[in-house]
Design a protein around this ligand. Structure first.
Ligand code: C2O
Ligand code: CU
Length: 568
């Protein structure tokens, strides 16, 4: 699969090469030189003026949101320098903005469907962060509210968002989306929840207030001074960390390590977001209690479903009905990420034990491809492998409570798209992820902010079937069987209608597939190596430029992303 070498692709490659500047050199030294590194780097095109407020838009909720440096205490001792979203409510109800105490996470925005929101976002990040912009992950918004890189603002500038919340009640989130710098900005602390409620949902009487808990799961590494460690600390490390996606050493929940909560013996609504850059979690109660799932990315399911565990890849959300009735006070439950295999093809990624990983992390073990990466040191040397078992959260029964909390048997109504109604029912639009050499490609291309290929134009209002393919990389030394990718589509919620996996990679797939929640609306879907997923979707609301990409943020930054032009 080769891309014709136009000036555009060369520029695109030049810019990507700049991102991996140090890394590219390291890859060359390791005999894995990426193609096209000779093109000039640093091709920044002039950005249009940032969006200004429209005086005729009358917001219900108005927020000032700064992305700026901050300090927070995560580990005992020295505070950790982070970047964080700091907000101020200019208009609305105090409940619209909920600070998470002691966390670097941005405040949780809580709004009702139909409310009008104005957000003045300003970029006040230091150093190399030339641009930033906020993406409202999961919301259906006009393209200029959706963080296309062409709208990213320079330091000191303010971008004004104005939109009506049109989406179903659900757990959405916001995070930076500047091309080639998303991974680093999110990693430093920039992310927050965006929770939408509506009348249908409120009428259900689901657990509310202190019984409605949002948990953002992330992983981070720290140096001896309690400071965050990210990819590219040294050239060799940077390249591998980008290629694999950056895995942290410790699990954080709402910005805290060794997280625990105290609950009463009653039912809770637990909203879980995987806000990690690259790590997928296989979430289950360590005592084997099944999970009751009530919502996915795009809000409530039609009915609650039970799972032995839930597989949550970066960007995905689920909501659980967690019923602690009947548990004696003093009991402690552990929400764990259970071991899984096959994250990188047939390799035994889940077999690593942190305790044994004293020094040299043998990458040859992890990739299963028979090549030896042992010589390539990585910033992730001490991080548990993708698929290694982890403790996520301890839940302690602290208070006896008599309640008659009842889980409704019907939660919402979801109109199912029908394959027969798709305009391309016999010819799915396909998106294939491959890794030729040392970069990831989507349909043989890397991201170019202004490029739109003929097969990336979609008609507004048409129902389409898409097929996402996580392909083998025949003949490649790295990831010959691919690795897992969470695929995210901007601008809509879709429905998953089918999954298939190559027989030779079925074992790894089966170590996570019972945890897929495909019953409801989704905006991000995990593909294990060798997996194909069919979706039905319709860009119904707005014409304009949207994006599709891998939500392993290092992959997105490397260019595993493309524009989709919705033509009205
Ligand atoms: Cu959550 Cu385009 O990202
Ligand atoms: Cu990916």
């Amino acid at each position: 699969m080769s891309t014709p070498l136009t000036r555009r692709t060369l520029l695109g490659r030049g810019a990507r090469a700049a991102l991996l500047l140090a890394g590219g050199a390291a890859l060359a030294a390791c005999g894995l030189a990426p193609a096209g590194t000779a093109a000039p780097a640093g091709t920044t095109r002039p950005a249009p003026a940032p969006r200004q407020p429209n005086p005729s838009f009358v917001p219900d909720v108005e927020i000032r949101l700064h992305a700026a440096p901050a300090e927070t205490t995560i580990l005992p001792g020295r505070p950790t320098a982070v970047w964080s979203y700091q907000a101020e409510l200019l208009a609305g109800d105090p409940a619209n903005l909920e600070i998470i105490p002691g966390s670097f996470l941005g405040p949780t925005v809580r709004v009702r469907r139909g409310q009008k929101l104005r957000v003045h976002f300003s970029h006040e990040l230091p150093g190399n962060e030339t641009r930033s912009i906020v993406h409202w992950h999961g919301l259906t918004l006009p393209s200029e509210q959706d963080a296309h890189p062409r709208h990213a603002v320079a330091r000191g500038q303010t971008y004004v968002y104005e939109f009506t919340v049109a989406d179903r009640a659900g757990t959405y989130w916001y995070h930076p989306h500047p091309d080639m710098a998303t991974g680093r900005q999110v990693y430093q602390g920039l992310a927050g929840l965006f929770i939408v409620s509506d009348d249908e949902e409120q009428a259900l009487g689901l657990p509310a207030g202190a019984q409605d808990l949002a948990l953002v799961i992330q992983d981070r590494s720290f140096d001896g001074d309690n400071q965050l460690v990210y990819a590219a600390g040294d050239p060799m490390a940077g390249a591998m960390d980008y290629l694999m996606g950056f895995l942290g050493e410790r699990v954080l929940v709402n910005g805290q390590t060794d997280a625990s909560i105290e609950v009463a013996t009653r039912a809770y609504r637990l909203r879980l977001l995987n806000g990690s850059n690259a790590r997928t979690y296989k979430l289950g109660w360590a005592d084997g209690t099944p999970l009751t799932v009530i919502a996915s990315d795009g809000g409530l399911l039609e009915r609650p479903v039970e799972r032995p565990y839930v597989t949550l890849s970066p960007g995905e959300r689920v909501e659980l009905w967690a019923d602690f009735r009947g548990r004696p006070v003093g009991t402690e439950l552990t929400l764990a990420s259970l071991a899984f295999t096959g994250a990188e093809g047939a390799g035994e990624a889940g077999g690593h034990d942190m305790g044994d990983m004293s020094g040299g992390h043998d990458m040859g073990n992890m990739s299963g491809g028979g090549h030896d990466m042992g010589a390539m040191a990585s910033t992730m040397a001490n991080a548990p492998a993708q698929g290694a078992p982890l403790t996520v959260l301890k839940v302690r029964m602290a208070e006896q409570f008599e309640s008659d909390d009842a889980l409704p048997s019907v939660l919402s109504r979801i109109s199912r798209h029908r394959l027969a109604d798709a305009v391309n029912r016999d010819r799915p639009r396909s998106f294939t992820m491959t890794q030729p050499g040392s970069r990831w490609e989507l349909n043989g291309r890397v991201y170019e902010p202004e490029a739109i290929a003929a097969d990336e134009r979609v008609r507004l209002g048409e129902l389409e079937v898409w097929e996402l393919v996580n392909a083998l990389n025949d003949g490649e030394t790295q990831h010959p069987q691919g690795m897992l990718h969470p695929f995210h589509i901007h601008g809509l919620q879709f429905q998953v209608i089918g999954r298939e996996v190559l027989p030779e990679l079925r074992a790894g797939w089966e170590s996570v597939s019972a945890g897929y929640v495909d019953e409801g609306w989704k905006d991000t879907v995990l593909l294990m190596p060798g997996e194909r997923v069919k979706l039905l979707l319709r860009f119904a609301a707005h014409p304009g430029t949207y994006m599709v990409h891998c939500h392993i943020l290092e992959h997105e930054d490397m260019g595993l992303m493309r524009n989709i032009e919705v033509v009205g």
